[in-house]
Write a protein that binds this ligand. Structure first.
Ligand code: AMP
Ligand code: ZN
Length: 481
């Protein structure tokens, strides 16, 4: 159980994973701001943390996974104004959309989904505690209300996660969060509470009418849902600064102890070398992409890269992932058709998988084991259909099938309950029509019992990277190997 090594953004190195309490893991992942549909960058982030969670569970840990919805934010407010609705209506709409998207990507549901609107009391308490310890101060806000700021200079540890020096930050800071008339003592100080005019949506707080800052939300939700100390705090790399740095600054002075033991950050999904984002306008929503691609092909596409590395999205790489998924899903389908009750998974495969994943969740290494198994199983399936008998002893085949099913499950790669669709994608060299023509010639040869001719065509297609899969009903389809 203890062989797992995790890259900790805080120490900037891989560390043995030892949870605070043996056998259980408290994990918090920063959720989405619900003002629009999620794009593929969000998909990468949540597939990453879902896979980490699944792996930890497979290792035997009891994982408590909490992820928030930011349902109070200027962007949500803007959207509500545009739609002539409320922040609540906008949030409900996109929380529902988020849930649907994630379900399709086979992302497990969190144990709790706290929202800003359901955590106000926890935020008030934390801000009050920071005031008492003099880490926070008030300035005059709008319409008689007050703004509350965090005094960054008070916290010695400020900058320890991002590696930034306070002096550099002060030089570069803008007064962005300062409401009119409000004066921050230091340009790096950030808002815990922002006053708002009564004509705007807001909440009545100890500091009058207003809305909470974004960072305080997560600190308060962690405290309320998981306690003062957690094992893993995760999110995309852009959250390291200022969001996570500020969370540490808010939580640690109050608790008097380290907030998260492991800070983990995933790399971006990029397009032409730039982060996919709403503001750059270079985004594709999950639901749009899934009109063309299989959700499991997308999940596989993400897992082909280690979570900390950036991924560049191209049509070619998505097509390659689609083909890879076809290979894998054909093998999973075959595996599922076998009688596996009481069968132990192949020990060697499971051990290789675990070794790969123990190295900071190296999913490419984990997938390599899955593809080894899939190739062998697909071959075996062909043999059985084609010649009526396989080459593998049944017990070996079953153990491989069981291992593949187990590994796929840990990676969250699931086949649908219905049979895999006939493959129709166009390979690189042979056109789809060429392949179809060859398939028909092979079928004709088989009907004439000219098996050597049929095998010759199979071999030719194999050489082009095409595997033929014969179905029990006499029809055939093909996949790229
Ligand atoms: P947001 O709603 O924009 O705060 O993003 C929610 C989560 O998605 C955060 O953890 C972000 O880091 C992550 N995220 C946003 N864009 C990308 C991207 N292009 N690649 C990877 N993660 C992203
Ligand atoms: Zn957060």
């Amino acid at each position: 159980m203890n062989s797992l090594n995790v890259f900790n953004s805080l120490s900037r190195q891989k560390e043995p994973f030892v949870p605070l309490e043996a056998g259980s893991v408290k994990m918090y992942v920063c959720g989405v701001t619900v003002y629009d549909y999620c794009h593929l960058g969000h998909a990468r982030t949540y597939v990453t943390w879902d896979t980490v969670r699944r792996y930890l569970e497979w290792k035997g840990y009891r994982v408590t996974y909490v992820q928030n919805f930011t349902d109070v934010d200027d962007k949500i407010l803007k959207r509500a104004r545009e739609q002539g609705s409320s922040m609540q209506a906008v949030s409900e709409q996109f929380i529902e959309a988020y849930r649907k998207d994630m379900e399709r990507l086979n992302v497990k549901t969190a144990d709790a989904y706290p929202r800003a609107t359901t955590s106000l009391e926890a935020m008030y308490r934390l801000i009050r505690d920071l005031e008492l310890k003099q880490f926070a101060y008030r300035v005059r806000g709008q319409e008689g209300g007050e703004d509350v700021y965090y005094a960054v200079g008070k916290f010695d540890g400020y900058g320890k996660l991002s590696g930034r020096k306070l002096a550099d930050m002060q030089a570069g800071a803008s007064g962005r969060v300062g409401a009119e008339g409000a004066e921050k003592r230091d340009p790096s100080d950030f808002a815990l509470w922002k006053s708002a005019p009564h004509s705007e949506e807001g909440f009545e707080s100890p500091w009058g009418w207003g809305r909470p800052g974004w960072h305080i939300e997560c600190s308060a939700m962690v405290r309320q849902n998981l306690g003062d100390r957690i094992d893993i705090h995760a999110g995309g790399a852009d959250l390291k600064f200022p969001h996570h740095e500020n969370e540490i600054a808010q939580s640690e002075p109050v608790a008097g102890e380290p907030f998260a033991k492991y800070w983990m950050h995933n790399g971006f999904l990029n397009i032409d070398g730039e982060k996919m984002s709403k503001s750059l306008g270079n985004f594709t929503t999950i639901r749009d992409l899934l009109k063309t691609y299989d959700p499991m092909a997308l999940r596989l596409f993400f897992l082909q890269t280690q979570y900390r590395s950036p991924i560049d999205l191209t049509d070619e790489s998505l097509t390659a992932a689609t083909n890879a998924w076809k290979t894998l899903s054909a093998a999973l389908q075959f595996a599922r058709s076998l009688a596996l009750q009481g069968v132990e998974p192949e020990g060697e495969a499971i051990a290789s998988f675990e070794t790969a994943m123990d190295d900071d969740f190296s999913s490419p290494g984990g997938l390599a084991v899955a593809f080894d198994l899939a190739k062998t199983l697909n071959k075996e399936q062909n043999q059985r259909i084609h010649t009526g008998a396989g080459v593998l002893p049944e017990a070996v085949c079953q153990a491989k099938a069981k291992a593949l099913l187990e590994i796929a499950d840990v990676l969250g790669l699931a086949i649908a309950d219905s049979p895999v669709e006939t493959v129709t994608e166009v390979p690189n060299d042979l056109s789809e029509a060429d392949i179809q023509a060859l398939l028909e010639r092979r079928n004709a040869a088989r009907r004439e019992k000219n098996f050597s001719a049929a095998d010759e065509i199979r071999a030719r297609l194999e050489a082009e990277g095409i595997t033929i899969l014969d179905r029990a009903d006499g029809t055939s389809h093909w996949v790229r190997s």
